[in-house]
Design a protein around this ligand. Structure first.
Ligand code: SF4
Length: 85
């Protein structure tokens, strides 16, 4: 279990599958994502596709990666997500 640094870690980290171990067998990848996005302060997590989708809809499908090439709009459309009001 990673220790969260609340100033530098994404607010979604505690419940995010990327942060909490879905990539257990790919430790280098998971650690690279954390360095680039999750633990990189607001600049990092604002660049994360998962974070962006969650900001718009309140959730993000499990299989979306932080560096997904799909746009936020494409993800919202594909997964039929409802925008937060
Ligand atoms: S993958 Fe994205 S949403 Fe998940 S903890 Fe990292 S920055 Fe936050």
């Amino acid at each position: 279990m990673e220790t969260l640094n609340t100033e530098k870690s994404c607010q979604n980290a505690a419940k995010c599958p990327i942060y909490s171990g879905v990539l257990k067998s790919m430790t280098h990848t998971a650690s690279a994502y954390r360095q680039l996005y999750c633990d990189a302060g607001s600049t990092g997590w604002n660049n994360c596709r998962r974070f962006q989708v969650k900001m718009r809809t309140g959730k993000c499908p499990e299989n979306i990666l932080p560096n997904s090439l799909k746009s936020v709009d494409d993800i919202i459309k594909k997964y039929n997500l409802t925008l937060l009001s």
